[in-house]
Design a protein around this ligand. Structure first.
Ligand SMILES: N[C@@H](CCC(=O)N[C@@H](CS)C(=O)NCC(=O)O)C(=O)O
Length: 244
């Protein structure tokens, strides 16, 4: 299969698709962000739905992001990032490294799911406005318990990785995901994240170093980077990160 990828994701949000976009960008891969292309060029969200309804042979994807690469149709953010990372030198070499990187990536996916649950604690099938009370409670516990626990954990991973990156001396897709996680947290929970950032210098440094990578920096400046908004996973609702 060629190096050409089709990413299928919702066109107006960073969401989980952003973790995939960052790997594609740092890899310098050729890809189409299909949901964002006009219909005249084969784009549109209809394609996402068609894939979920089994338009293509192969494993049926449950939800986007979905990566199509030749015959391969892959869903699950963590897995797509690992797949791309391994194809483009953004993953550790070897069997053990493969699984350890995936372990960290899945833990990032866990906190991403918990972030989503701060604004959708009852169900992803209800609007935020229909779960306001519960969201307030969920966010309070997320800020006071879960967020520090995850960030201190990731700081601990960095302190024993044997290098300045999550997997040691070389940047991997896991570091790109840490970057996106920290960017999203800083957007959604500015107060809490600022406070915790002072206590996690290694994470702060990964965030800065990823941001300055030439390809990432160019991407962040480009129109391809969709700004954070209140439809994605990381949403800024003042009531979910209030002043204390
Ligand atoms: N565990 C999956 C979750 C995928 C997911 O929840 N995708 C969202 C967008 S970020 C979606 O569109 N879900 C549709 C649905 O669950 O029906 C992953 O990490 O990729």
């Amino acid at each position: 299969v060629s190096g050409e990828y089709d990413l299928h994701y919702w066109p107006t949000i960073q969401g989980r698709g952003e973790f995939v976009r960052l790997v594609l960008e740092e890899a310098g891969a050729t890809y189409r962000d299909v949901g964002r292309l006009p219909r005249s060029r084969g784009g549109g969200v209809e394609k996402i739905v068609a894939l979920m309804e089994g338009e293509r042979e192969g494993a049926l994807p449950f939800a986007p992001p979905i990566l199509v690469h030749g015959e391969m149709v892959l869903a699950q953010t963590a897995l797509i990032c690992a797949y791309l990372g391994e194809r483009h030198g953004l993953a550790p070499a070897g069997h053990d490294g493969h699984f350890t990187a995936l372990q960290h990536m899945l833990t990032i996916a866990d906190i991403v799911a918990e972030v989503h649950e701060t604004h959708h604690p009852i169900s992803a099938s209800l609007y935020y406005e229909d779960q306001l009370e519960e969201a307030r409670r969920a966010a309070e516990l997320f800020r006071s318990e879960r967020l520090p626990r995850f960030l201190e954990y990731f700081e601990g991973v960095l302190s024993r990785s044997g290098g300045k990156w999550m997997m040691g001396e070389a940047l991997t897709y896991v570091d790109l995901a840490i970057f996106q996680l920290l960017e999203g947290l800083a957007y959604a929970f500015p107060r809490s994240t600022r406070r915790l950032s002072a206590e996690t210098p290694r994470l702060r440094s990964v965030r800065q170093r990823v941001r300055r990578r030439p390809r990432v920096a160019a991407y962040l400046r480009s129109k391809r980077r969709i700004p954070f908004n209140e439809e994605g996973i990381f949403r800024r609702y003042a009531e979910l990160d209030p002043a204390r």
